[in-house]
Ligand binder design. Structure first.
Ligand code: 5RP
Length: 234
């Protein structure tokens, strides 16, 4: 089976490899998306075999899947912290010589606000991707979650930053995409992003922005599923 942007077999290898890092007693951040879903299913199988863990989901989807496969759930305010977070990405800078090496764009599933604080709370944050996500420079649109009433003023500020915002639409009949927390998503095209850290700071300063999908200096490792194995990038 092929999924958008990469093969499902590669995604599965990356997800399953990350799940192998989970040890007994771990509290695990459960990311969102098709690659992380493989990790969650692998963890479910390990739980069936006796592994004792608790998961903190990053979205309704990851919560539902975790419940389905038998992972006990908890919340950030009920634990001291997370041992590991496993999450996908839409783009990853893979250039050890670049200052932005390891920077991510996330939010293809509109879950990046919750993903960011869950991933940031973990002692170790592992990104799981297929090779189609690797890039020299971030250039996909950056998802920006905004308070619904603020979407037009935030869009104006994005244009001031030379970005082109598009309100994410769920389809003609369904209207705009609404996140699990009730926010809207502006997908903001900036072309090739020279300095993700600087853009992240500028986006965070805009009143009405809840969270943007630039994850800079957060990931500890990226597991890249390939046709025949997993490459680990740090
Ligand atoms: C959701 C995300 C996902 O992790 C990202 O879109 C990657 O998804 P997939 O593994 O399905 O390609 O950021 O908000």
């Amino acid at each position: 089976m092929k999924t958008e942007g990469g093969s499902d077999a590669a995604k599965r290898r990356a997800g399953e490899r990350a799940a192998e890092e989970v040890a007994d007693g771990f509290v695990v951040g459960l990311g969102t998306g098709s690659t992380t879903a493989h990790a969650i299913r692998a963890l479910g199988r390990a739980v069936d075999d006796g592994l004792e863990i608790r998961g903190v989901p990053t979205s309704f989807q990851s919560r539902q899947l975790a419940l389905e496969v038998g992972i006990e759930l908890t919340d950030l305010d009920a634990v001291d912290g997370l041992d590991l977070a496993i999450d996908g990405a839409d783009q990853v800078v893979d250039d050890p010589d670049a200052a932005a090496h390891g920077a991510l764009i996330k939010g293809g599933g509109a879950a990046h606000a919750r993903e960011k604080f869950v991933d940031a709370a973990a002692d170790r944050f592992v990104v799981v991707v297929d090779p189609s996500k690797l890039t020299d420079r971030l250039e996909r649109s950056v998802p920006v979650a905004v308070l619904p009433d603020a979407h037009t003023v935030v869009a104006d500020r994005i244009r001031d930053l030379d970005g082109e915002p598009t309100l994410r639409d769920a389809g003609e009949k369904d209207g705009p995409v609404v996140t699990d927390s009730g926010n809207l998503i502006l997908d903001c095209a900036f072309g090739s992003i020279d300095d993700p850290d600087e853009l992240a700071t500028r986006l965070s300063r805009i009143p009405g922005v809840v969270e943007h999908g630039l994850f800079v200096d957060m990931a500890d490792a990226t597991y890249v599923g390939t046709d025949d194995g997993v490459a680990v990038r740090r």
